[in-house]
Design a protein around this ligand. Structure first.
Ligand SMILES: N[C@@H](CCC(=O)N[C@@H](CS)C(=O)NCC(=O)O)C(=O)O
Length: 202
């Protein structure tokens, strides 16, 4: 398999963590690229020009982090991250995580293109309110950090989204406001799959 990625994408990091947790990382060639530079190999794998994109063993190209995760869990059922016994619960948490990722990532990209004043726009304020509501809900719902055998796609999505917030929007300072959530997050990011994929700018 081949995975198109960079070191700052929360979506690509989610897929990479799934690959590591499922013991599949050695079966994948990591194709580092800049999605903003219209990388020709990436465009071939994903005409949208976005990462992550996965090329399967059969040569099928997949886009969208959650779809890639669903494919990996179905094609390689060992160590499932989508356990059928509580699928609804896991997808609920994965949705909260992905929505948090989307709101944070869109804020970062809007600032990059239009300057920080974009935060005051109608859409900027909606994103900011969404981030706060998502943090409040995660703080209410998450208790003990998962173990190696219970770690799910929901945990991965939520923890990556929280890490991305800390990385790109540190002024949100969610760890100070939401202490139980910070403790849950700490319990997840100490895992080697998170340590090995920590966000870096260089
Ligand atoms: N919904 C997509 C989002 C992917 C995405 O937005 N990736 C960003 C990097 S974090 C990207 O490649 N952006 C380049 C672009 O939009 O042209 C997913 O879950 O995979």
């Amino acid at each position: 398999m081949q995975l198109y990625l960079n070191a700052t994408s929360p979506y690509a990091r989610l897929v990479r963590i799934v690959l590591i947790e499922k013991g599949l990382i050695d079966a994948v060639t990591l194709k580092w690229c800049d999605p903003w530079a219209d990388d020709s190999a990436l465009l071939k794998a994903n005409p949208a020009g976005r990462i992550p994109a996965l090329v399967t063993e059969e040569g099928t190209t997949l886009s969208e982090s959650m779809l890639i995760a669903i494919y990996l869990d179905s094609a390689y059922p060992e160590k499932p991250v989508l356990p059928p016994s509580h699928l609804g619960e896991v997808l609920h948490l994965a949705g909260l995580g992905q929505n948090l990722m989307d709101a944070a990532f869109t804020t970062v990209i809007a600032r990059k293109h239009y300057g920080n004043a974009i935060d005051e726009s109608e859409l900027g304020q909606r994103r900011s309110r969404a981030i706060q509501r998502l943090l409040e809900q995660l703080n209410r719902e998450l208790g003990e950090a998962p173990t190696a055998s219970t770690l799910s796609l929901g945990d991965i999505a939520a923890a990556v989204a929280l890490d991305y917030l800390a990385f790109r929007l540190p002024e949100v300072a969610w760890q100070e406001t939401y202490r139980p959530l910070a403790s849950w997050h700490q319990g997840v990011i100490t895992r080697s799959s998170f340590q090995a994929t920590a966000f870096t700018t260089s």
